[in-house]
Design a protein. Structure first.
Length: 317
């Protein structure tokens, strides 16, 4: 029998010998010496400095509706910011693409991951093709030995923030519809939200759910300033210079003002200053449920929920 080698599959014994020698050398590098514990080698591409992608794992990150946007994964390096792609989180908490297909890893040949400094998760418009991260940054973290632990870029010490609201209606005078308003103030008129000042990327916003109906109460940066919405107040007296609302007029359809806020849910969130939606973000700082049978003057203590903020881990491979 005669073997004929075409130019496409021709090889030479010297090249075969070189390959065999390389394999023997590699095996010798990976095998431990007698009596030594087994060696767990680093992945070869990383050992050679040829890092081509990352594996991203998220905890507590919520699904984004299409009208809100889609997540973007970015790498910052000594060269520039590089885009690794978009993703979402499905109902099972898995990382998926915009079509719902599972993403096991993000691979790139355009970004030099060996020079990566940090990783950023942004919220982008669903059908956009971004060239840089939007100002809506939900997670970020620096790389250390190829691993980045990500967290929400929140104001300092927000995890220890506390606060209360008081049930009252200051804009229509004393002892009038007192169970139909809620303000971040005490009986002496002092602000009662112990919150750090908002950041350049995020602003505080509070919402109340009356009979299940979500009502936006407005945004604020610090605890001793009026929020941005006071559409439901009366105009007999000026409102106090703190976040809050009286619900006395201009009620949305399906509600009647004045009302009794007993049974309502009150939350304070961190909202992005750009690419924000009208619905509350997933970053709920405070929450409280108002008891039934309110008469006015009750103090409502808020529960800090920042321990539930999303986190993530990104590992180079």
């Amino acid at each position: 029998m005669v073997f004929r080698l075409s130019s496409a599959n021709r090889f030479t014994f010297p090249s075969l010998a070189r390959r065999a020698g390389s394999l023997v050398l590699l095996a010798a590098m990976l095998l431990p010496a007698c009596g030594d514990p087994p060696v767990v080698p680093s992945p070869l591409p990383r050992a050679l400095g040829d890092v081509r992608g990352v594996i991203a794992v998220f905890e507590g990150l919520r699904t984004l509706p299409q009208e809100v946007g889609i997540y973007g994964l970015w790498i910052t390096s000594t060269d520039a910011a590089g885009f690794l792609g978009t993703f979402n989180i499905n109902e099972s908490g898995q990382t998926v693409d915009r079509y719902g297909n599972l993403i096991e890893r993000f691979t790139t040949y355009d970004v030099n991951l060996a020079k990566a400094l940090s990783v950023v998760v942004s919220v982008e418009l669903f059908n956009s093709n971004p060239e840089a991260p939007s100002g809506n940054i939900i997670l970020q973290g620096p790389f250390s030995e190829g691993v980045a632990q990500m967290s929400v870029p929140v104001p300092n010490a927000i995890e220890s923030a506390t606060g209360t609201y008081r049930v009252q209606t200051p804009t229509d005078g004393p002892d009038t519809n007192e169970a139909s308003g809620i303000w971040a103030i005490d009986a002496e008129g002092n602000p009662t939200l112990d919150l750090p000042e908002a950041t350049a990327g995020y602003v505080y916003e509070h919402f109340i759910y009356i009979d299940g109906r979500e009502i936006i109460m407005g945004r604020f940066n610090v605890a001793d300033e009026l929020d941005t919405i006071n559409a439901y107040d009366d105009d007999l007296f000026p409102p106090p210079e703190v976040p809050g609302d009286d619900f006395l007029r201009n009620e949305p359809g399906g509600l009647d003002f004045p009302t009794n806020l007993g049974g309502s849910r009150l939350i304070v969130t961190l909202e992005p200053r750009v690419l924000d939606s009208i619905t509350p973000s997933q970053l709920v700082v405070f929450e409280a449920f108002l008891p039934l049978g309110l008469v006015g003057g009750e103090t409502i203590t808020m529960t800090n929920l920042t321990a539930n903020f999303p986190t993530g881990t990104v590992t180079q491979f």
